[in-house]
Ligand binder design. Structure first.
Ligand SMILES: [Mg+2]
Length: 318
């Protein structure tokens, strides 16, 4: 399987170096999931690490919430490729063995909410809390970041910006609003939404983990066309406004820069009909932009606010 074209940024530069070092031993690198042939379809596999002090602070969350959040982040990669029936493995590094049961209660609850189960894992003692979640799911149809074409429409599920608003509040020494706290501590993985979209013609999908600006850039890079998003169309929760004002930027810009919303960004052909999506998944879906020919063959994500382009970048893990 060929590798997806990777987007820009330091983390992707490192992955490019790894792929080069692996040579023929690298196969199909660069998407939300790896795909293995399975029966008439595919087994999608992904792994994701949450580290204390990098992805969360202990003061912000209970152990059960830390477990839920780590599992939901990994499950979100299955949602991004339309896969379902998740199986979850959890590798936990913790200073205290007594913490593991509460962490795993959260992992199990997140798996259950996505229609899945926990099938294994590993426990290690270490100074900082770290959870590596590996998830496996099946799908009949491959949807990656790489199928978008100029002229396609770009839609997004749910509401954006709440997780960033929560982090911003904690950093400022404030208690986040209940909605913002829930969005960060208890994100919902959009497996039902991803499955519905994969079954209704989605050409490309990605889950919003690095932030809309960065993740739209990943679709552009992998697909070879640019993505133009109209920020005034973004579905933004009302609680985001106060945090955006304190950060000194329009709420749409604040939300476009936020990471870890775990909503789905999906590219569909023109004329896509969302009828039934909301009723069957319980999740809102909004059209926020379109795919366009890339200028100079440099596919990028362009963010437009009232017609003017904004230069934004996503979250870089290093
Ligand atoms: Mg992802």
């Amino acid at each position: 399987m060929s590798h997806l074209d990777l987007g820009r940024g330091g983390e992707f530069d490192t992955i490019r170096q790894v792929v080069a070092a692996l040579g023929d031993q690298a196969d199909g690198i660069g998407g939300d999931c790896a795909f293995l042939p399975c029966g008439q379809g595919w087994m999608a596999v992904s792994t994701d690490t949450s580290v204390e002090g990098v992805h969360f602070k202990r003061e912000w969350l209970s152990l059960t919430e830390i477990g839920w959040r780590a599992a939901a982040a990994a499950l979100s990669d299955l949602a991004a490729v339309g896969a379902g029936e998740p199986r979850v493995l959890a590798a936990i590094t913790s200073p205290e063995r007594s913490e593991v049961v509460e962490l795993m209660r959260g992992v199990g609850a997140a798996a259950e909410a996505s229609g899945g189960v926990v099938v294994g894992g590993d426990l290690t003692r270490g100074r900082d809390l770290s959870l590596t979640l590996t998830v496996l799911g099946t799908t009949g149809r491959l949807v990656t970041r790489g199928g978008a074409q100029a002229g396609d429409e770009v839609w997004v599920t749910g509401h954006l910006g709440l997780a960033r608003a929560a982090v911003r509040s904690w950093i400022e020494g404030r208690e986040p609003s209940p909605a913002a706290r829930t969005a960060f501590a208890h994100p919902e993985s959009r497996l039902a939404a991803g499955h519905w979209l994969a079954g209704h013609g989605a050409r490309a999908m990605i889950d919003l983990s690095d932030g809309l600006a960065g993740d739209a850039g990943h679709i552009a890079g992998a697909s070879g066309c640019s993505v133009a998003l109209e920020l005034e169309r973004l579905p933004i929760a009302p609680e985001v406004e106060a945090a955006a004002i304190r950060a000194g930027m329009p709420p749409a810009q604040f939300a476009a820069l936020g990471g870890e919303d775990y909503e789905l960004l999906v590219v569909v052909p023109p004329g896509f009909d969302p009828t039934g999506f909301g009723r069957e998944t319980g999740v809102p879906l909004e059209r926020i932009g379109r795919c366009v020919e890339s200028p100079n063959s440099q596919p990028v994500a362009v963010m437009l606010l009232e017609g003017r382009p904004l230069v934004l970048s996503g979250f870089d893990h290093f």
